[in-house]
Design a protein around this ligand. Sequence first.
Ligand SMILES: Cc1ncc(COP(=O)(O)O)c(C=O)c1O
Length: 423
Amino acid sequence: MSASANNVADTPLDVAAIKADFPLLSRQVNGQQIVYLDSAATSQKPRQVLNALNSYYEEINANVHRGAYQIAEQATSATEEARAHLQRFINAPSDNEIVFTKNATEAINLVAYSWGRTNLNEGDSVLITALEHHANIVPWQQLATERGVEIRWLPITDDGCLDMVDLEQMLDGVSLFAFSAASNVLGTLTPVRHLADAAHAAGALCLVDASQAVPHLLTDVTEWDCDFMAFTGHKMCGPTGIGVLWGRAELLDAMPPFLGGGEMILNVTREGFIPNELPWKFEAGTPPIAEIIGLGSAVSYLESIGMDAVRAHEVALTDYALCTLKERHGDDLIIHGPAATGDRGGVLSICYRDVHPHDLSQVLDQRGICVRAGHHCAKPLMKVLGVGATARASLYIYNDKTDVDLLSDALAEAGEFFSHQPA
Ligand SMILES: Cc1ncc(COP(=O)(O)O)c(C=O)c1O
């Protein structure tokens, strides 16, 4: 760890002002002021995003790309402006490459169904890693069952980083390397550009699951040089029900539509259909209009803080949390994942003595502290870690040192409480 608990860099964010933007954070639970430490599952939403959702419904609620009347045109413009905004936010070459999906899971499934079923057959291989969320495992397993595609697993080191010693060998003959940019269990940040370069050198494409990265750090698909990237709106201050698939235009162009219906066609006759242009070819049916506009507003909100400041805050607070929790709880506490904050985000997967994570989270809940207990949709990773579950505290822009201190106090209380329980 790079700093002692008493010597931690101050965060660049005015957390009190940010907290005031999030109405839910002013409420109490179980008679206590809420301490929300579950942003890796979903972030809270600022008033600015809630207002954007409301304004859509109150002022311009109409279907998009269809009506020739004013509010329909306004709804269409707002939707397409949000798309262009997302394009700039991740530095994609064109807004045609921004495909709106329901969430990151659907974005990855889109690639597995459309690109995967067009390009992969028996004897082909996909490389994934031991860090993956089920969303970046199961779609490939479905393909493996259906097509006889081989799935290879890149292992991790003892401190939760990718073990890249055999990367070149493991990529040999692989068609796609699908990996996360940041682990939702260990917080591990992966070297995306290096992995993309290795995939390309082996003749493979790469897909980045950036669900835990886009909300927390400056994301640049051009700099990363990846081929597909998936992320989800609700973890980045946006609404639920909206995610993004970004893909290189030439790849998306060559892929067949995923779902069929309205919006995704240029023409339909009794004999067949002609698919629409990008990106609408992949957006069958009425899109989640309010959610798209809400996601655009979430991007504006994050930009107003600045993604460099978001990351700097997270590094400082994670440093503080790693130091202060270890100093106070010593060997009673295991925090899985990389020790150095440069290698990780603010996701702290905790095992406390032999207290079951579900019991721990219930005791914390009595103190108003929200953490997640379970396998975090990463069961193969849990197996590697040798645990069935962890309690996961995850930090975001509205958390501060006081939240970490309250967590630390509540852990001590939980330890005290369970030490008096019969075995
Ligand atoms: C790394 C990672 N990938 C994918 C997902 C799936 O996100 P969603 O459920 O919004 O599709 C999550 C959600 O926890 C995640 O943490």
